[in-house]
Ligand binder design. Structure first.
Ligand SMILES: Cc1cc2nc3c(=O)[nH]c(=O)nc-3n(C[C@H](O)[C@H](O)[C@H](O)COP(=O)(O)OP(=O)(O)OC[C@H]3O[C@@H](n4cnc5c(N)ncnc54)[C@H](O)[C@@H]3O)c2cc1C
Length: 515
């Protein structure tokens, strides 16, 4: 696309990469001097960022607020924990100015679309919660196509391998890969497969096979085949080949539809206990209480509580929770996260409605979805705008490219240009392009993360529970965030009642492997 044509399209860059002050900054270094003694925190918002980054000692103000429970992080983990703990005295603290985290819905002219998390599976914990809050999720009911070499192949892994626009030998290699992989008994070999890279199992086939799965992996769990646990990669192949994708269910807004509804419901009763723009900077467990210090509108406040549910990713928890055992802190910091922008192209007429989730090897984006797919044929519904969400995961070393608005706009322009080249009929300009950037949204399903590192990283402290989807697995899943928040809510009840067995409850939940 020529620069002059691009000038007529509105590009909107949303989301913050560095604005996770002080935490993204703290990722650079929060020297151990911070965690030795009682943390001292004072000063203005940005001064605090700098002081944490430079390892200066901080003071905390005395507690001026009390709550039985503090929930740190207002993504789906924190919101669902608050929901499961309705009726209890909790305070929810979210650093951003909005709730939802990586499951965030946005709207264009009243039409919802996803900026992150896309779909649930019927019956999973996310779907169950959606039902409970009056949001039944319709089935996607459409297999995944591939668009490659200007060819649309409707159902890639079940009936499409013979239609891939490659040579006979390449297609035969795809089929051999599929037939070999379905034979694996993943349950029996779970531990052994989880510590190996998936590329051990893709390397024996034509490079196009790995290219396809590199894209699928980066989109779904942040990692290409060589950085992916073989358990996760092989599991995904089996799922697609055997029709597991038939269980996908969602509404416009992706899984942001659930957080959106949770916020709406919780606000009706608890709005004064839901603080956004409240960045937690220190969590300190004493014998009988936990003190949580947060920064809001330039003021530091300490709240004293009986227990805390940490619903933030571990790379953040490791910097703000004091007194973590060294091995646990190291495990938290070993978790890797993929930088992950999502680009939404908004058209004022139908441009692409052929499939829900289309895979496009060899492009700036891995795949794209149609925002209103599951409601498009509902009686009385008309598609005002055709909104397409493009998944554009980056490699870890590309994270800094999200810092500048200009680079983000260029990335979005590349997404648009690649889309327009996929098929001749797609050479249409959108009315608006939105890019939602996130620096560390999705933990990568690397070898050993699921069966080893996660368990160590997620151990509860006496009065601190570590939730978030990165306590679960085998990949970053909203359903896992919800499952663990359910466990966290039960754990909190044990702690509040002074009943024994809280730790055992959590250990059992962490040890439970996927179905
Ligand atoms: C592009 C993309 C597509 C995805 N697609 C799917 C999908 O189709 N299906 C699926 O199941 N999953 C999907 N996922 C994964 C899913 O989005 C996540 O697993 C889930 O949203 C994580 O929720 P969470 O609450 O555990 O964590 P988060 O969403 O990370 O929430 C943590 C919250 O804590 C806040 N926070 C951080 N630090 C602090 C602090 N110091 N003080 C206060 N608040 C703080 C953050 O701002 C954030 O709101 C996708 C993820 C991405 C990025």
């Amino acid at each position: 696309m020529s620069p002059s044509r691009r000038d007529f399209i509105k590009f909107v860059v949303v989301g913050s990469v560095a604005a996770g002050c002080p935490f993204d900054a703290a990722l650079l270094a929060a020297p151990e001097t911070c965690s030795g003694n009682a943390p001292l925190v004072h000063g203005e918002r940005f001064e605090v960022c700098h002081q944490i980054r430079h390892g200066r000692p901080f003071t905390r103000p005395d507690a001026t607020r009390k709550a039985d429970l503090v929930i740190v992080g207002g993504g789906i983990a924190g919101l669902s924990a608050a929901y499961f703990l309705r009726g209890k005295d909790w305070l929810l603290l979210e650093k951003d100015d909005y709730f939802g985290g990586n499951a965030l819905q946005e709207e264009f002219d009243g039409q919802a679309f996803a900026t992150g998390s896309a779909y649930a599976y019927t019956g999973d914990y996310g779907d169950q919660l959606a039902k409970q809050i009056g949001l039944p999720l319709p089935l996607v009911n459409n297999p995944d196509p591939t668009i490659v070499n200007k060819t649309f192949v409707p159902d890639t892994w079940k009936t499409g391998l013979d239609q891939l626009p490659y040579s006979k030998e390449v297609r035969a290699s795809f089929k051999k890969f599929r037939d070999d992989v379905v034979k694996f008994n993943l349950r029996e070999r779970l531990a052994e497969l989880d510590i190996q890279p998936f590329s051990n199992f893709t390397g024996a086939y034509v490079p196009q096979v790995q290219q396809w799965w590199d894209g699928f992996g980066r989109s779904n769990w942040g990692a290409a085949a060589q950085d992916t646990s073989a358990l996760v990669g092989l599991g995904a192949v089996q799922d697609l080949v055997t029709g597991g994708d038939g269980k996908r269910a969602i509404l416009p807004g992706g899984l942001g539809c659930i957080t959106h509804k949770l916020v709406e419901l919780l606000r009706q009763e608890y709005s004064e206990r839901m603080l956004h723009g409240a960045a937690v900077v220190a969590v300190m467990q004493d014998k009988d209480a936990v003190r949580v210090t947060y920064l809001r509108e330039g003021t530091l406040v300490t709240v004293v509580s009986k227990a805390v549910l940490m619903c933030v990713p571990k790379h953040i928890a490791s910097h703000i929770v004091m007194g973590l055992a060294n091995a646990q802190k190291a495990a938290m910091r070993r978790i890797r996260y993929a930088p992950y922008p999502v680009v939404n192209l908004i058209f004022d007429k139908p441009v692409y409605n052929r499939a829900y989730d289309s895979w496009c090897p060899g492009n700036t984006f891995t795949d794209f979805i149609v925002a209103d797919w599951t409601v498009r044929n509902s009686p009385g519904y008309t598609q005002k705008h055709n909104i397409l969400s493009f998944y554009t995961p980056l490699r870890e070393e590309q994270r800094a490219s999200l810092l500048g608005e200009k680079d983000c706009r260029l990335l979005a322009a590349r997404v648009l240009a690649d889309f327009q080249k996929l098929l001749p009929e797609l050479h249409v300009d959108p009315v608006e392009v939105r890019i939602f950037r996130r620096g560390h949204p999705m933990f990568m399903a690397v070898p050993g993360q699921y069966t080893k590192n996660r368990i160590l990283a997620s151990q509860p402290m006496e009065r601190i529970f570590f939730g978030n989807s990165d306590s679960g697995g085998p990949e970053s899943l909203t359903s896992e965030a919800v499952r663990l928040s359910k466990v966290g809510a039960e754990w909190a009840e044990f702690i509040l009642a002074g009943r024994p067995g809280a730790r055992e409850l959590v250990e059992k939940a962490l040890a439970a492997t996927f179905d």
